[in-house]
Design a protein around this ligand. Structure first.
Ligand code: ADP
Ligand code: MG
Length: 323
C-alpha cells in the first residue's frame, strides 16, 4: 500500500516557478510584495478518522482552525486569513440543532484570539468533513523551513508530547486514565495550543522547524530528509507529563512520545549559540522548551535512552494509508 507521501510524490508533486516554495513543507510560500510572503496551507478533519462523530462541536470548531494555525507556527508565519469548507450531514443543520452555532463559536473564539479573519469557504451536504485553508504573512526570506537543519544544531521540542495519544487510547478504552489526567489529555487532543507566537519569534533563532502532527519520529524524519541530515535524540529527554513517566510501561511511553501524533507542538533545530536566547524566549512566552538531541551528518534518525541503548520503533507515526 503506498503511503500518503508516495501518493503526493507520484501524482501531485510538480515543479513550480522559482519564487514559489511548493509541496513539501508545512505551508507553501508565495511572494506577496517586495518585502512580504504569504504562507498558505490546508488541513482536513474527517469524521470517524480524525475525530469521533459525537465530538463536542465547540472543540471541533476550535481544533479545525488550531491544526492549521499550527502549520503557520511551523513556518514562523503570522496567520491572517482563513477559508472554511464544510460538508455537513443534514441531521446537524436543523434550526433546533445547536451543533453549528457551537462549532462556529469554537472556530471564531480561536480565530478572534489571533485576529484571523474568515474570508470564504464552501458549504455542502454529505458525511461530516471539515477543511480549513489558512493564509499567513511572513517577512520575505524569513520562513522557517524543514530543509535548513545544520549539523550540530540542537533539536528542541515545545510543550509536552504524548497527551493526545493517551486521550485517544482512553477513548478507545485501551487504557483508563484517572479523571484529572483524562481531562488534561482530552484538552490536548481536542483543543491543541498551536504555538503561533513561538513560531514567529523563532525565525531569527532557529534553522528549521516542523509541527508534530504525525508523531515526533515521523515529523523529525521529514526535517532530516529535507535537510539531508541525521539526528540522535534521547527518548528520556522527550518532554512528557509526570503521569506518563510514573505510570505507563516503557513500550507505551515510547509509542505515545515518538509515534503518537496530534501533538501540534513544534520541533525545531537551532545552533548551540542560541540556547540561552531560546530558553529566555520559552520563559517569556510561558512555553516549556526542551532540548532532546542533536542534528548530525548522515541520514538516519537514531533514538537512544539515557544509558545509550538504541531504541527501535515498530510504528514510526501516523500515515493515513498505512496506519
Ligand atoms: P502537514 O502534516 O504539515 O499538514 P502533510 O504531511 O499533510 O503536511 O503534507 C506534506 C506536504 O505535501 C505539504 O507540503 C502539503 O502541502 C503537500 N500535500 C499534501 N497533499 C497534497 C496533495 N493532494 N496535492 C498537493 N500537495 C499535497
Ligand atoms: Mg505540519
Amino acid at each position: 500500500m503506498p503511503s500518503e507521501f508516495d501518493i503526493i510524490e507520484r501524482f501531485f508533486k510538480k515543479s513550480v516557478p522559482n519564487e514559489i516554495v511548493g509541496i513539501g513543507d508545512d505551508a507553501a510560500i508565495i511572494l506577496a510584495s517586495q518585502t512580504i510572503e504569504f504562507a498558505i496551507s490546508t488541513d482536513t478533519l474527517v469524521s470517524g478518522k480524525h475525530f469521533f462523530p459525537d465530538t463536542d462541536p465547540y472543540q471541533l470548531g476550535f481544533k479545525s482552525l488550531a491544526v492549521n494555525l499550527s502549520d503557520m507556527a511551523a513556518m514562523g508565519a503570522k496567520p491572517r486569513w482563513s477559508l472554511l469548507a464544510l460538508t455537513l450531514p443534514k441531521n446537524l443543520t436543523g434550526n433546533d440543532n445547536p451543533w453549528l452555532s457551537n462549532f462556529s463559536k469554537g472556530f471564531f473564539d480561536l480565530a478572534n484570539s489571533y485576529q484571523v479573519a474568515l474570508i470564504g469557504g464552501d458549504t455542502t451536504s454529505g458525511p461530516l468533513n471539515i477543511n480549513v485553508q489558512i493564509i499567513g504573512e511572513i517577512k520575505r526570506g524569513k520562513a522557517l523551513r524543514r530543509n535548513n537543519a545544520q549539523a550540530d544544531d540542537d533539536i528542541w521540542i515545545s510543550g509536552q508530547l504524548g497527551n493526545a495519544a493517551l486521550a485517544l487510547r482512553h477513548e478507545r478504552q485501551h487504557i483508563i486514565l484517572p479523571l484529572e489526567e483524562k481531562t488534561r489529555c482530552l484538552t490536548a487532543l481536542l483543543m491543541p495550543s498551536a504555538r503561533v507566537e513561538l513560531g514567529q519569534r523563532l525565525v531569527d533563532l532557529a534553522h528549521s522547524a516542523i509541527d508534530i502532527s504525525d508523531g515526533l519520529a515521523a515529523d523529525l524524519s521529514h526535517i532530516l530528509k529535507a535537510s539531508e541530515k541525521a539526528a540522535c535524540i534521547n527518548i528520556d529527554d522527550v518532554p512528557c507529563s509526570p503521569f506518563v513517566k510514573e505510570n505507563l510501561s516503557q513500550p507505551l511511553i515510547r509509542q505515545c512520545l515518538l509515534a503518537g501524533g496530534d501533538d501540534y507542538e513544534l520541533c525545531f533545530t537551532a545552533p548551540e549559540e542560541n540556547r540561552n536566547a531560546i530558553a529566555s524566549l520559552g520563559i517569556e512566552l510561558n512555553v516549556s522548551l526542551t532540548r532532546i538531541g542533536k542534528i548530525l551528518t548522515g541520514n538516519q534518525l537514531i533514538i537512544e535512552d539515557s544509558q545509550g541503548r538504541s531504541i527501535s520503533l515498530d510504528n514510526k507515526g501516523y500515515d493515513h494509508f498505512i496506519s
